[in-house]
Write a new protein. Structure first.
Length: 469
């Protein structure tokens, strides 16, 4: 059968019109097999790393298996050397030294590993009506009603006065108990149901139920609280005052799993932004001797403004880069002005269940690949670095040459809301920066959803960025 001859109009349409296609209509068998393997490793990373500290621990373990070693100030560095530095156990910076001098700049991937959650207050444990609870202070932009009546785990650390640190993890083991936040039964919730979603569950009612059995051999008050303290003391050797110097996080007790009859999606807690953090980290592990030095940042505190010593606004990154530059006697500012950063953060996937807040022509779609965002911010691009046209064109070329499926994305309609990333903090350092990442459904919920194809293409995209000359 002869091939149909295309009309002049069809030829011009192909040449001139931008017509994104579903990734599965373009995916090779080789890429599909690699995608499935990659996503299984990603799901494991999600289950192991439910806090920023756990992500750092797991990343260091994997990095050392791939030949990375701690960066020491003053050490000599040659092409192919792999180094890392932990930022107080809550952030991580890694680099693979390239053939070119750092005076020619570096290629950076910057993502964050903190996610919305419930943090325990400094004095959290109390008893009321013979039930024991933990008071919480929510972290990041949560919708409070989503955090009630779901199974929770408790993970984190308790720092003792003698300088030792005790790791705590309850709820993730096969036979571990779990925790939950109560909600009002519908039979008595008439007045609650009349309130706006943002007010129906007050922040001070997000108290975690942790026990109801009183201490047996005691006739004093708060016997349930005492019983809980006794259990904690037996297992971890802590006392109530030690909560003051603890960082304990209540996180959803969901395991990462496939979603859909076709298993094309992944559901989990923490896709924002571990789905991008893992992509840039996994890509870096496969780099041997890049042309330009490749740098991977796993930052903390993005969900609350990238503040503090472990956030992207901290000088910790500058110190890391300065130590790299000093090894080659290159001024830090000379390195920055020639560098490029891909701020790897998630974007909103178009959800047909809520079409009113999306502008469909400029929204990322599931299974269309890595989502590029020229700008984020809110309303009139407030809080955005707004990448230049030249930077966008550069990334288009790099991704196309790397065989990466990508799409352009905005975070919903102009006045519907907004959000930010670490991009502005990298751009403020005189580094050309653009946002790109995986489109997410139900972002910031305790259980988010992403497409496997988009996860894999973001990994391929990060690898292409690291290898760019």
């Amino acid at each position: 059968m002869e091939d149909k001859v295309k009309t002049p109009g069809e030829l011009r349409r192909e040449a001139l019109c931008y017509a994104p296609k579903n990734g599965y209509d373009r995916l090779s068998q080789e890429d599909e097999a690699a995608m499935q393997d990659y996503c299984e490793h990603y799901k494991h990373f999600l289950d192991v790393g439910k806090t920023e500290r756990e992500c750092v621990d797991e990343a260091i373990r994997q990095a050392e298996e791939h030949g990375f070693r701690p960066l020491e100030r003053g050490m000599e560095l040659k092409p192919g050397d792999k180094v890392y530095r932990s930022n107080r156990g809550k952030g991580l910076m890694l680099a693979v030294i390239g053939k070119k001098s750092l005076a020619e700049g570096v290629n950076i991937g910057a993502a964050h590993i903190d996610s919305p959650r419930l943090d325990l207050k400094p004095n959290p444990l109390y008893e009321d009506s013979e039930m024991a609870f933990l008071k919480t202070h929510y972290y990041g932009g949560i919708r409070k009603y989503q955090w009630v009546t779901i199974p929770l785990e408790l993970r984190g650390v308790v720092a003792l006065k003698d300088g030792s640190v005790v790791k705590v993890s309850v709820g993730g083991g096969e036979n571990d108990p779990m925790f939950t936040v109560d909600d009002l039964l519908p039979h008595l919730g008439v007045e609650q149901s009349k309130k706006p979603l943002s007010e129906a569950i007050p922040a001070e009612s997000l108290n975690i139920l942790v026990g109801s059995r009183p201490f047996k051999d005691d006739e004093g008050s708060d016997r349930v609280k005492l019983a809980v303290l006794d259990l904690l003391n037996q297992k971890y050797g802590i006392v109530e005052e030690d909560f003051i110097s603890a960082e304990l996080e209540a996180v959803p007790a969901f395991r990462a799993c496939d979603i859909g009859f076709d298993r094309s999606l992944i559901g989990s807690y923490g896709h924002d932004d571990r789905v991008c953090a893992y992509a840039e980290f996994a890509a870096l592990l496969e780099i041997e001797v890049p042309t330009r030095t490749a740098v991977c940042i796993l930052a903390d505190k993005e969900e609350i403004g990238s503040e503090g010593v472990s956030g992207m606004q901290s000088a910790a990154f500058d110190t890391f880069m300065s130590d790299l530059c000093d090894a080659q006697k290159v001024p830090l500012k000379a390195c920055y002005e020639k560098s490029f950063c891909l701020s790897a953060d998630v974007t909103a996937a178009y959800d047909p269940n809520f079409p009113d807040v999306y502008e469909k022509r400029n929204s990322a779609r599931v299974n269309y690949g890595m989502g590029l965002s020229k700008y984020t911010g809110a309303r009139g691009k407030s809080g955005s670095s707004d990448a230049s046209a030249e930077v966008v064109a550069y990334v288009r070329r790099v991704l196309d040459e790397g065989g990466v499926f990508w799409q352009m994305a905005e975070l919903g309609k102009v006045d519907a809301g907004g959000g930010g990333t670490v991009a502005c903090y990298m751009a403020n350092r005189d580094i050309d920066t653009i946002d790109a990442g995986v489109p997410v459904l139900s972002m910031h919920a305790p259980f988010e959803t992403v497409a496997k194809l988009d996860c894999y293409m973001t990994y391929k995209g990060m690898k292409a960025i690291y290898l760019a000359e």
